[in-house]
Design a protein around this ligand. Structure first.
Ligand code: GDP
Length: 424
């Protein structure tokens, strides 16, 4: 059976933790989109890890981890991540890299930096991992698939063609040093050495695995609101964050995805620019940021403080719908235990009209939150294993959210660890 683990919001919902927990029952975990621009933080018996490229299943020795064709593959980052976990005592994971995955080129990262610099105050708040230039090139058909590393002559010839275009931009738009084909070619040959043992036709591998009845998890990066089609365009990421794209980015039939587990955080956080209706500021935000996640809400890739807000029923209802949610995993609920009262955004007011439908970007910019305040539970709920043992106000909070978003919350996460999970 294939299950997808995806986010309903702006990312950082705790997908890594949920994937890690579900990986116990899984044979294969697949990354199907995105790149090293976002990270998952995972806490387990080996310690605390921030993963950017590896799937969150690498900590079990019974699983195979796959980098699917839809991923923006930064080869040195992958190589370093494998080394880092092995150096810290994790057994060498079984990793397969799709021969159709495309490679993040060194110049993608440079172009990302230069473009943010050029846009200055109007920038997207990119993590400068090269993701937007990478996907632009993929769809402009000047990207490089992993398989091309194994055809050095073809590779060199294509590099020569592509570099001509890149150098025109570097010279005339960005006024930066030009690229040299020979240097890039040598780098690519280094990349080849780093990945060659992992490369295969992962789509064929997964086809067979599905036939054999294996349990497969598709692990998404970021969340619904960062999807280029259905999110808060243009403040989105450059690859689809939706479970539906899991079929394409892993190379499996869409009808094989039987469960879509959408991860929803008990409050809101976001990184980068863009409208964020339930955002809070000042001391209130600092307190939640400090207590949030596991050791504070700071970006796993950049370390920058995340923007904070109350739970947003409008955004989450939409985010769950667009994912095709079958199950909601409600995370980081333990963090709210300090609050006397918990505000929740239950609607948007746009030009004097109240709505619970998530609008397009221009209207979203004008939306003001409609807040309802729920009572807090004022206790530490970590360690609780059964739903009935949660404080009444905590259960009421969960049930209120469930009713507002209209999708069943079947898992509640009450701590960062693998075992901190309550099934309903
Ligand atoms: P992802 O990108 O969706 O995997 O999310 P991140 O890993 O960026 O952010 C989630 C953060 O919350 C991490 O630091 C996790 O360790 C932590 N986390 C996940 N679930 C819980 C939970 O239920 N309680 C607490 N306190 N922290 C959690």
């Amino acid at each position: 059976m294939v299950k997808a683990v995806v986010g309903a919001n702006w990312g950082d919902e705790g997908k890594g933790k949920i994937t890690d927990t579900l990986s116990k029952e899984a044979d294969i975990i697949v990354r199907f989109q995105g790149g090293a621009n976002a990270g998952h933080t995972i806490v387990n018996d080996y310690g605390k890890f921030a993963l950017h490229t590896l799937p969150s299943g690498v900590f079990y020795d019974h699983t195979t981890s796959i980098i699917g064709n839809g991923v923006a593959l930064n080869i040195p980052v992958l190589f370093k991540e494998i080394k880092d976990i092995v150096d810290r005592g994790v057994p060498m994971p079984k990793i397969l890299v799709s021969d159709r995955a495309q490679i993040v080129m060194p110049y993608h990262i440079l172009f990302d930096e230069y473009e943010e610099e050029r846009l200055a105050g109007k920038s997207f708040g990119s993590t400068k991992s090269g993701i937007a230039p990478f996907y632009s090139d993929k769809y402009a058909k000047i990207g490089f698939q992993v398989a091309e590393l194994f055809d050095p002559e073809g590779l060199k010839e294509k590099l020569e063609r592509v570099i001509v275009k890149k150098n025109i931009l570097l010279e005339h738009l960005y006024h930066k040093p030009l690229l040299k084909v020979d240097e890039l070619f040598d780098t690519m040959m280094e990349y080849k050495k780093m990945v060659e043992t992992y490369v295969c036709d992962t789509s064929a591998f997964l086809y067979q695995a599905i036939k054999d009845g294996k349990n497969i998890l598709l692990e998404g990066q970021l969340g619904s609101l960062k999807d280029p089609d259905h999110g808060i365009y243009p403040m989105v990421t450059s690859s689809s964050t939706l479970a539906a794209y899991g079929a394409i980015g892993a190379g499996i039939p869409p009808y094989e995805i039987k469960k879509i587990i959408t991860v929803v955080k008990a409050y809101s956080s976001a990184v980068g620019a863009g409208a964020f209706v339930s955002e809070i500021f000042g001391d209130e935000a600092d307190e939640l940021r400090k207590r949030g996640g596991d050791g504070g809400e700071y970006g796993a890739t950049t370390g920058r403080p995340r923007r904070m807000g109350w739970f947003d029923c409008v955004a989450t209802k939409y985010g769950c719908r667009i994912q095709g949610t079958t199950d909601v995993a409600f995370t980081v609920l333990d963090v709210l235990g300090y609050l006397d009262e918990i505000p929740v955004c239950v609607g948007y007011e746009i030009d004097g009209v109240e709505t619970t439908d998530f609008p397009t970007t221009a209207k979203l910019e004008k939306a003001k939150p409609v807040i309802k305040v729920l009572p807090g539970w004022k206790t530490d709920i970590r360690g609780i294993k059964r739903y009935e043992e949660l404080p009444e106000n905590c259960r009421k909070y969960i049930e209120f959210v469930e009713e507002q978003i209209g999708f069943p919350i079947t898992m509640v996460s009450n701590g960062p660890g693998r075992e901190d999970i309550i099934y309903r």
